[in-house]
Design a protein around this ligand. Structure first.
Ligand SMILES: [Zn+2]
Length: 724
């Protein structure tokens, strides 16, 4: 009876979840009270953020030599604005960056049969491939098509300058470094929708990124240094096609090349500032955005836009708090700008004490683009299961508010508010906020925070796709002030929600997380259904196990997400009791899904004419279900990626006893970064496998996971307990 009641309750919850996924056309809510939300939306200026992008990246700028000895242009601008906004704590924190390549001249002239300029660094910085060596040469051009090794061999390129529509770096390596060509001219093949007048920010020669201690060393002892590069030029398609046509017609074209470059030492520059909360012990929220894509390489959307948006978040919150329009929150809000991974990673590594009290990270990367020009969605990339946190649900609340409130709905067409919560910048696009709440994606600075050695859950705001990113066309004209205003408002509202949260807010966040959990579990339920629908008789047992695992893994994540809300509570007993009830409700939803999967299985069994399926654990699964790995204090002892050193120190012969292949064809282990984070002292190794599998297209090999965890044990990073 009790069980039937629980099931009934769960089914009711299920129904309410599916109704909620179709948003009501009359209810628009945020965690913050309407009056506070209106202040944030009103104050956030897309035009101000757009000006930042235009000032820094209206065009592809050649860096001045004095920037290397002093401060970079971007750094100076952001710092100056922060001071103007009244953020007195803003400071530059530098770390040695190594040497940067810079050109002082890069000219490519045709000298025979006609004299004309073909490319110049002075015309457009990325026309000269970064890494090019100083050159003074004349030579004949030779067309090599896509420039495969075979194309190059047949063309006999020695002493010539190759012209290709292939990848400049790959062609340079083969034609110049192996087969004696003097240099390479690439006719840029942009992305299909980027147009004929863009060229990539591509370099030749070794990519030199400044090293991060604890990360794989830049120079491995005994390794021979990479060969000195020759030179490369990028031509836009329109110019390149003219050259290609003449070469294919058999013309002999001679060119003269003059390149002067220098190598300049520089510092990596981070800018850090803080809006202090009223209680310095109650924790922080940190915004991040990479202000530098490279030292030469620039991009308006990637990522001056993220830098401009968090700068606008800082201005908005600082202004509202200073004016008394929002009360000073209890918790502090910090901001960091810097070089992607290398710079921000160094700062995080050097500030482990701050990381210990940081609740979560909001990273912005490529957030300014005009959505319809790019055919893009504004995405929220959630944290993985290894970093469960309510920030996902807080962000989702504001994404949904802006997204659902900024579309015209047929139900509202005859009211005064067909677009019910219009958020549009006066000189920006009037268009819907095409948004999408997505599973995790890394490749930006939130990964510094999500790292095992740091342990701060981080989400990313990113608009995708962008036809111009990493190309000369990534300029301010592709940015939209409406998009920037909405992004800044979402960021500011989410951070302020967490920073100011009292127990009442904690309760609301927990309850809404449970509501969203029902929807997410519903998705895992259908993933499981599809696994069963495509199963064969012989694989039905395994398919049923993995169908269940999707729901089970998601449930573990939802429980832990709910637990994370407790960090906001003052009255931990009261809020904790509420969280426990929300967990119970969530468990009931999952139980109903598992029961429904069982019922679906029985129908599949009948349809296939198979024997009844009773899932049994293999011996290895039984073993994994008894192992509970727990991280030791060594994991965070050295901060960001500091633990890798201990893994490297495990003697080879010891490691060899526990072989594992991360990305092997048949023995895939899954995402190692995620595997690390799933080790929390309560997940069994079998749980970890389920959680990896539920987040990946490929299933991880359990023996590999066990072996890798044994290597972590040898490194002193985990202890393995036996499950009770
Ligand atoms: Zn980026």
């Amino acid at each position: 009876m009790k069980r039937a009641l629980t099931l009934f309750g769960a089914l009711m919850l299920l129904l309410s979840a599916s109704a909620q996924a179709q948003y009501t056309p009359w209810l628009y809510w945020t965690f913050l009270p309407r009056a506070q939300m209106d202040e944030i939306v009103g104050e956030a200026s897309g035009e101000s953020a757009w000006r930042t992008i235009a000032t820094i990246n209206a065009f592809n700028r050649d860096r001045l030599p004095e920037e290397y000895t002093g401060t970079f242009f971007e750094t100076q601008y952001v710092l100056g604005q922060l001071k103007r906004y009244g953020l007195e704590s803003a400071e530059i924190v530098t770390y040695p960056g190594g040497e940067a390549w810079r050109a002082t001249k890069g000219e490519l002239w045709e000298v025979k049969p006609i004299r004309q300029k073909l490319a110049s660094y002075n015309d457009m910085v990325p026309m000269l491939a970064s890494g090019s060596s100083p050159t003074q040469a004349t030579g004949d051009l030779i067309w090599i098509g896509r420039g495969t090794a075979e194309d190059i061999r047949l063309a006999k390129v020695e002493g010539k300058i190759v012209v290709t529509e292939g990848n400049i770096s790959a062609v340079h390596s083969e034609a110049c470094l192996r087969q004696g060509a003097l240099g390479v001219i690439a006719v840029s093949q942009g992305r299909p929708d980027s147009g004929p007048l863009v060229i990539p920010w591509s370099g030749i020669g070794a990519r030199r990124r400044p090293p991060i201690p604890g990360m794989a060393a830049a120079e491995t002892p005994g390794q021979t240094p990479p060969p000195t590069p020759k030179f490369g030029f990028n031509l836009p398609l329109r110019e390149g096609e003219l050259l290609k046509k003449r070469l294919l017609a058999g013309e002999t074209i001679s060119v003269e090349v003059k390149i002067e470059t220098e190598s300049l030492p520089y510092d990596m520059e981070n800018i850090v500032c803080l809006i202090p909360g009223s209680d310095p012990d109650s924790g922080e929220i940190i915004f991040s955005a990479h202000l530098f894509e490279g030292i030469a390489k620039q991009g308006a959307n990637d990522n001056i836009s993220g830098s401009a948006a968090i700068l606008e978040v800082a201005r908005t919150l600082q202004t509202l708090i200073a004016d008394g329009r929002l009360p000073r929150p209890k918790r502090s809000i910090r901001f960091i700008w810097g070089p992607e991974f290398a710079g921000i990673g160094r700062w995080v590594q050097a500030n482990q004490a701050i990381m210990e009290k940081t609740l979560c990270n909001i990273n912005m990367d490529m957030v300014g683009e005009w959505l319809t020009k790019c055919q893009a969605h504004m995405c929220l990339m959630r944290t993985t299961y290894g970093n469960p946190h309510y920030i996902n649900d807080v962000m989702e609340n504001y994404y949904r508010y802006v997204g659902e409130g900024n579309r015209e709905r047929i139900q509202n067409r005859s009211t005064s508010y067909p677009v019910p919560r219009r958020i549009v910048s006066p000189f920006g696009a009037e268009e819907p906020f095409y948004y999408s709440i997505e599973t995790h994606y890394g490749a930006s600075d939130h990964e510094v925070f999500n790292d095992w050695g740091v342990g701060v859950p981080g989400v990313m705001m990113i608009a995708w796709p962008d036809p111009w990113y990493h190309m000369s066309g990534d300029l301010a004209d592709k940015s939209d002030s409406t998009q920037l205003k909405r992004t800044a408002a979402i960021g500011a509202a989410a951070a302020y929600t967490v920073a100011s949260a009292d127990d009442g807010m904690a309760v609301r966040i927990a309850s809404e997380t449970a509501s969203n959990a029902a929807r997410r579990l519903g998705h895992q339920f259908v993933v499981g259904l599809e696994e069963l629908n495509s199963a064969k008789v012989e694989s039905l047992g395994e398919s049923f196990k993995s169908a269940r695992a999707c729901v089970e893994a998601a449930l573990v994540n939802e429980r832990e997400t709910l637990d994370s809300v407790l960090e906001l509570a003052t009255d931990r007993a009261k809020v904790g009791a509420h969280i426990a009830k929300m967990k119970k409700a969530t468990e009931a939803v999952a139980a109903a899904h598992l029961a429904a999967l069982q019922a679906h299985l029985e129908m599949v069994v009948a349809g296939l004419g198979s024997k009844p399926v009773v899932p049994v654990l293999s011996d290895l699964e039984k073993k994994a279900a008894k192992m509970v790995p727990r991280p030791t204090s060594k994991v965070r002892a050295e901060g960001y990626r500091g633990y890798t050193k201990f893994i490297e120190q495990v003697p080879k012969e010891e490691k060899a006893k526990f072989p594992y292949a991360q990305f092997g064809p048949t023995d895939f282990m899954g995402n190692t970064a995620e595997l690390h984070c799933l080790i929390n002292g309560s997940h069994t190794v079998l749980d970890i496998k389920k959680m990896l599998d539920a987040q990946s297209q490929r299933k991880a090999n359990l023996q590999n996971i066990i072996n890798y965890i044994q290597v972590l044990r040898l490194a002193g990073l985990v202890e393995i307990k036996e499950a009770k």
